[in-house]
Ligand binder design. Structure first.
Ligand SMILES: NC(=O)c1ccc[n+]([C@@H]2O[C@H](COP(=O)([O-])OP(=O)(O)OC[C@H]3O[C@@H](n4cnc5c(N)ncnc54)[C@H](OP(=O)(O)O)[C@@H]3O)[C@@H](O)[C@H]2O)c1
Length: 217
């Protein structure tokens, strides 16, 4: 059975862990306080487990990073050496600051010419980061059901093989995939979450996802 380590006790960690379990993976979640998973584990079934961030990262053949964006570098930095060696890390994070939005626009710690994922990739060069799931609300991350057909997930990362692996997972999870290339492209993907949140914060509308339309040529 394929093994996934999910770093994160928040809603994204829960939704993606349940999604991986639903699709036949075995999942170990990580937190600074593993007892946070006690309730989830009661219903999650025999292929689910919980532990520290290190336990989860070590368990997974594939790792999902689903922690607060401004803490992500600290979480990665605290992992044991070797625990991420050559692993694909799905990076769901956005560098959202804990500050009030400006007329519905959330604030980021990153610069438009340097993304959070580039910083994370530089900090753990032994892992292969792929940005994914970052530009949609957690309610739609797994098998989203929209009248216009599957929405588009934008992904990027420096390893083509890692992007291909994550693309297969996304298709399994009901997404159309737009692979936009190397890690620098996260400069374009991460701000999509800002755009995504504006209707939600301003008008309490959270019922959307992005779709890329194309002509046939
Ligand atoms: N919520 C959404 O719909 C959504 C959609 C797309 C992308 N995202 C992105 O996905 C990520 C996860 O979002 P979320 O809403 O599930 O949860 P979150 O509240 O942003 O993050 C929760 C996780 O961050 C960890 N964390 C927080 N502060 C920490 C610190 N100082 N040191 C170490 N770890 C710390 C927590 O660790 P402990 O378990 O130890 O408490 C927990 O596992 C975020 O980067 C967010 O921007 C969210």
């Amino acid at each position: 059975m394929k093994r996934v380590g999910v770093l994160g006790s928040g809603v994204v960690g829960t939704v993606l862990s349940n999604g991986f379990l639903k699709h036949g993976y075995s999942v170990r979640r990580g937190s600074r306080s593993p007892e946070k998973f006690d309730e989830w584990l009661e219903a999650a079934g025999p292929h689910a487990s919980g532990g520290t961030f290190d336990d989860a990262a070590g368990f997974g053949d594939l790792v999902v990073l689903a922690v607060n964006g401004t803490s992500a570098i600290e979480v990665l930095g605290a992992l044991s050496p070797g625990v991420l060696d050559d692993k694909v890390v799905i990076d769901t994070t956005n560098p959202v600051l804990a500050e009030a939005p400006d007329n519905g626009v959330i604030r980021y710690s990153s610069n438009i010419n340097h993304s959070l994922m580039e910083t994370l990739q530089a900090a753990r060069p032994e892992a292969r980061f792929v940005k994914a799931f970052s530009c949609v609300g957690s309610a739609f991350m797994v098998n989203p059901d929209f009248p216009g057909g599957p929405p588009t997930m934008f992904i990027c990362g420096n390893s083509g093989a890692a992007r291909e692996q994550v693309s297969r997972i996304l298709r399994e999870f009901g997404w159309e995939v737009e692979d936009v290339g190397l890690a620098e492209s996260a400069r374009g993907i991460e701000p999509l979450a800002m755009l995504y949140c504006i209707p939600g914060i301003r008008e309490h509308r959270w019922n959307h996802a992005f779709k890329l339309l194309k002509t046939n040529d």
